[in-house]
Design a protein around this ligand. Structure first.
Ligand code: ARG
Length: 387
């Protein structure tokens, strides 16, 4: 009698490969953030929290309420389980004690932030994962939460390129003095003029960028100049990704911060944009010239909804996450966007995620691609204007 040993799915060696060129190819392996330990940050030049009604008036800081952390973690775990049930491998960051004071030789700061939106910190381009500079002192050390994952990817995949942008000094020279006192008193029109001129809180003393200000479309990478990304940051990315076309863009958002609720690829040839944050005219022209369809997102279902301690806008509705070019995860209550995507032929997967918003974002923010099928493609064969 011969005994055949059944291969056990759990012990079968999985091949680990870092590979992702865009946000829509079929997903195989991903990072999902955690809410554990997240802080309302102590005020710093780049960001000032003022949640007077929720117990954290300007100048105060401290841990997010425990009930909110528990609910957010439950939704994040549920999302991770859903991905695993669809055959996607999931990695999770290792939280630090974010309530600790941090310091470099140049400055000290009273708190860290958290490890919920991994999308802000890590940028995957092909076989490379790049640690962004960040520009908040409270987020300077956040990359440490991802080092166990990055180290294991580096060990498992001989092709993986592990990169880190130059750690910034973040001295006072990196910030416009008294920026918020002035900016908060401007009219919307005046604020939009400042956004268009990219005259915001960051100076050009050194390269600064958040990974979530970069949107990947194969050979083309779009970098939003924002409250957390400066021209030097764009310039660094452009030189770093020398085989790509790297473009700077702006939007009509008074508080531009991360591109992934503003200009959202859905599949090759189709991009969603949120009308109140009109992309610049040249960008729209570039897409149309290359036969991309640009659709305007319907109003979020959550327009009236303002969750406690949230610094995100209702446009988190558009922060959708592709499992493949036909399947998109959408926040469960965002029924209007779900319907819009359904009509465009997508399989919509509703995911309860409301409780995660106050921790820094939606379904796209909470993830980082490790592996998607697919190769580097050029979706923009024709040039136009500064593109
Ligand atoms: N700032 C955007 C908004 O409030 C949210 C985008 C957050 N994205 C992120 N990667 N954390 O509309």
């Amino acid at each position: 009698m011969t005994i055949t040993v059944q291969p056990n799915a759990k012990t079968t060696k999985q091949v680990t490969r870092v590979n992702s060129w865009n946000g829509w190819d079929p997903l195989r392996h991903v990072i999902v953030g955690r809410a554990t330990g997240t802080m309302v940050q102590a005020p710093e030049p780049a960001v000032q929290r003022d949640f007077a009604e929720d117990g954290f008036p300007l100048g105060t800081y401290g841990p997010m309420p425990e009930d909110m952390v528990a609910e957010a973690n439950e939704q994040l775990d549920n999302f991770a389980n859903l991905l695993e049930s669809r055959g996607v491998r999931v990695e999770r960051p290792t939280p630090l004690d974010f309530s600790q004071k941090v310091a470099t030789p140049d400055w000290s700061h009273d708190s860290m932030f958290g490890c919920m939106p991994p999308r802000d910190v890590l940028l995957t381009v092909g076989s490379e994962i790049l640690e962004a500079t960040m520009c908040y002192r409270s987020r300077w050390f956040e990359y440490l939460c991802y080092r166990p994952i990055l180290q294991s990817l580096f060990t498992a995949d001989p092709q993986m390129r592990w990169e880190a942008a130059p750690k910034p000094r973040l001295t006072d020279a990196s910030y416009v003095p008294g920026f918020w006192d002035v900016y908060n008193t401007l009219t919307t029109k005046e604020q939009l003029a400042r956004v268009a001129a990219h005259d915001l809180v960051l100076t050009e003393a050194e390269p600064l960028f958040d990974a979530a200000d970069v949107c990947r479309f194969g050979k083309d990478l779009f970098v939003q100049l924002s409250l957390v990304t400066n021209r030097q940051g764009y310039e660094w990315l452009k030189r770093h990704f020398a085989d790509h076309r790297v473009h700077w863009i702006t939007s009509t958002n008074t508080h531009p911060l991360h591109l992934d609720s503003t200009w959202v690829p859905l599949r090759a040839g189709l991009v969603l944009h949120c009308g109140e944050r009109l992309a610049d005219a040249e960008l729209m022209k570039y897409f149309r010239l290359n036969d991309w369809q640009i659709i305007e997102a319907v109003q979020p279902a959550s327009w009236q909804h303002s969750p406690r301690l949230s610094f995100c806008s209702p446009w988190l509705a558009a922060n959708v996450f592709n499992l493949d070019p036909n399947t998109i995860c959408v926040e469960e209550k965002e029924v209007r966007i779900a319907e819009q995507l359904d009509k465009l032929g997508f399989d919509v997967v509703p995911v309860p995620f409301r409780a995660v918003g106050p921790f820094g974002g939606g379904l796209h923010c909470s993830t980082v691609d490790i592996e998607r099928d697919g190769v580097l493609e050029d979706y923009f064969p024709r040039r136009s204007g500064r593109f």
